[in-house]
Design a protein around this ligand. Sequence first.
Ligand code: HEM
Length: 424
Amino acid sequence: MTAGTQIRLPAHLSHPFSPAGRADPYPAYDWLRSRAPVHYDAMSRLWLVTGHADCAAVLRDRGFSASAGQQGRARGEELPPSMLTTDPPDHTRLRAPGLLLLGPAAIASVAEGIAADVDDLLERLAGETVVDAVREIGSPLATSVFLRLFGLAERDRKVFAQLAQAASINLDPLAGPQVAALGRSAMAELSRFLDGHCAVAAPSPLTRLAADDRLTRPEMLGVLGLSVVGGWQPLAEAIGNALYWLLPRPEALAALREGGDELARTAMDELLRLEAPIPFTARVAVGNVTLPGGEVPQGARVLAVVAAANRDPAVFDRPGELLLDRTPNPHLAFGGGPHFCLAAQLVRQTGAVLLSRLARRFPAASLADANPAWAATMIPRRLRSLPVNLGGLPVDLDDLPADLAALPAEPGAVPAKLGGGDAY
Ligand code: HEM
């Protein structure tokens, strides 16, 4: 047998899929990464790949199939194809038009609107003392982003958020058959909603994608559906996860308040590194593959555990610490290779706008619960709730320095190879 098959996680460490391990998987990840970065886990019958070099190779190497890796997930024949579950050349054909929805021009077209939505959201919270950052900041922000991308009206907010929430079940790879069936029907419902909406949507990245003839209608709806399932909840939860790290550290909040746009951007990446909302993704080895940390046999079901790779001391100095200006930051929270998150730049930009404005508007914000609970679901990694004390008198947005009053889209800042998926 190959390296990593003989080694067992010691009894004092919780398995990352056990209830205790789901709450805090990092001790087990650290142990695995240092002793068996390519490890066959008898309990899950999956290969857990935890080293940074190994994860990056799994995501980039053609020896691993995303299509086979995702089979058996909560999808059905009646659902449109998804670029996430295809390999090149099908994947390349589906992904290229996706840039109309999430590429640099699309992001630039919604950036101002999203910044205005952030201001409105913070304005509404100004009268509150304690808010749940997950339900009252992350979720409405994610919904606003999709209303902008899809040209939906404010009156569609509630229905869209409900559909997105229901369809997000599809993200959880460990969902049982009944839950998976619910996920399939929620996805079909979301697809019908988006199908009906295309004709009446305001001009937006969605209408530009819908007018493009490179994809069939089901394929186009597949891109929209995947964006919602792959993006709405991860984006919502990324905000809670980020504040979980940021708010107990007043010096970090102060730095963010004083720093400019650049610090807000590096901070968002650093927060995604530390608490990746999508902690792992699945592939299947199409042949025997030799990774830097060991070999995996043909047919192996592999999890690239990016949450473990993101704390690999071989790549990240002081890996468990929050360094807001960490540069370079080759984290894998957005994946890598051909499936690199199509919306990475949108997420970075939206998160940076939210964090910098929140830090300025609520300089005394702090956690109202020092030990918030992590949810049992593994994807996305998320908090059940994050009570936040907004503290003291909010700062008026009009008092902000001009550079933070508007964080414009910077198409030039989008990785040149966004479409090719190799941002780092
Ligand atoms: C913090 C939020 C997000 C995180 C952490 C994240 C992470 C990821 C990861 C890890 C992948 C690769 C999965 C794999 O290789 O199997 C991915 C793919 C993808 N993401 Fe995101 N994502 C986020 C938000 C979004 C949003 C908001 C959207 C859409 C609006 C989106 C759209 C996509 C799409 C379309 C793909 C598939 C790309 C492909 O298969 O070529 N993501 N994302």
